[in-house]
Design a protein around this ligand. Sequence first.
Ligand code: TMP
Length: 166
Amino acid sequence: MQKKIKVIPLEIVLRNTAYGSLCKETTIKPGALLSKPLIDIYLKNDELNDPLITKDRIELMNILSSHDLELIINLTLKINVILKSFFKNIQLQLVDFKLEFGYDFKNNIILGDEISPDNCRLWDLNQKNDIIVSLDKDRFRNDLGGLIEAYSEIHRRINDFLKLNW
Ligand code: TMP
C-alpha cells in the first residue's frame, strides 16, 4: 500500500560487512565482517553531495529530535535482523543497505522508499572460494556487466523461496 509521507532528509545506511564508501574513507578492509552493525547517516542534499552527518548536527539543524533519531536507528536495526535472515535463506549475504523514513499524516515515522538491489549490497553465498560476486547495483556502479542477470537471479531465488515457504 502506498502512503504519502513527509520525507525526512536523511539516508540511513546500515553496514554488516565493510565495503564501498566505508573502505574508501577509512582503513577498514573490503569484506571485513563488522562485529556489530554500523549505522552511517547521510544528509540528503545534492548541493552538499549528501555528506556523512553526526547525531549532534542532525539535532542542531532541527531535522529530527534525538527521540525520533533513536526510533529510526532502532527500526533500522530491526529491519536488518529481518532482511539478513531472509536473504541468508536464499544464499545471499546482506552487506549493507540504505533506508529513508518519513512522517505520515498522523506524524508517525514510517519507512519510505523501496528495499531492492538498488539500495542493498547482496553477495552470492553460493561461491566455493572467497571471491565477491555482487548481485546488486554494484554491477552497474563498478561496470561489471550482468546487471539484469543479477537482478533476475535474486527475483528467481525469492520466488522459489516463497513458493516453498508460503
Ligand atoms: P556506500 O558504501 O556507497 O556508502 O553505500 C552504502 C549502501 O547504500 C549501499 O547498499 C548502496 C546504498 N546507497 C544508496 O542506495 N544510494 C546512495 O545514494 C548511496 C550513496 C548509497
